[in-house]
Design a protein around this ligand. Structure first.
Ligand code: DQA
Length: 144
């Protein structure tokens, strides 16, 4: 049994209509449902999306005392945000960084991640399946 936070960063609320050739045709709600369905019955999943860096930081702080681990797609903040990196370090929880697209095969400004080094790992390039792979990896990590 685990409490798992799933956080989505800016512009991910627009999934399905936002560059579907890059990010796919599922809505964020549909992706959240896939994650909840893939979790075990005894797992509790809390999902959250924000376009604001501060709101994502506040949510990480809030999850500190509830979650066993976090799955996080920081979206564009991945490449820029020292503040989100510091928040991940500060909460002392295992975080898996997720991206729908293969950021390493895209523009060079997406190749770097401020956040990956303070996460237990990064999964990218598998579309919505990136989140499901992250759930499996996080659950296995928590079991050990
Ligand atoms: C993204 C990749 C980021 O580079 C981009 O800014 C996003 C989405 C992804 O899931 O592929 O908004 O995190």
């Amino acid at each position: 049994m685990s409490n798992i936070g799933v956080l989505h960063g800016p512009n991910l609320n627009l999934l399905k209509t936002r560059e579907p050739s890059v990010y796919g045709v599922l809505t964020l709600s549909e992706i959240n449902k896939l994650i909840v369905d893939a979790a075990e019955d005894t797992d509790e999943i809390k999902t959250f999306q924000s376009n604001s860096e501060g709101a994502l930081i506040d949510k990480l702080h809030e999850l500190k005392d509830w979650a066993d681990g976090i799955i996080f797609n920081p979206a564009a903040y991945t490449h820029t945000s020292v503040a989100l990196r510091d928040a991940i370090s500060a909460i002392n929880l295992p975080v898996v960084e997720v991206h729908l697209s293969n950021v390493h095969a895209r523009e060079s400004f997406r190749h770097g991640s401020m956040t990956a080094a303070v996460c237990i790992g990064q999964i990218c390039g598998f579309g919505p399946n990136s989140y499901l792979l992250a759930l499996k990896a996080l659950k296995d990590y928590l079991r050990k």
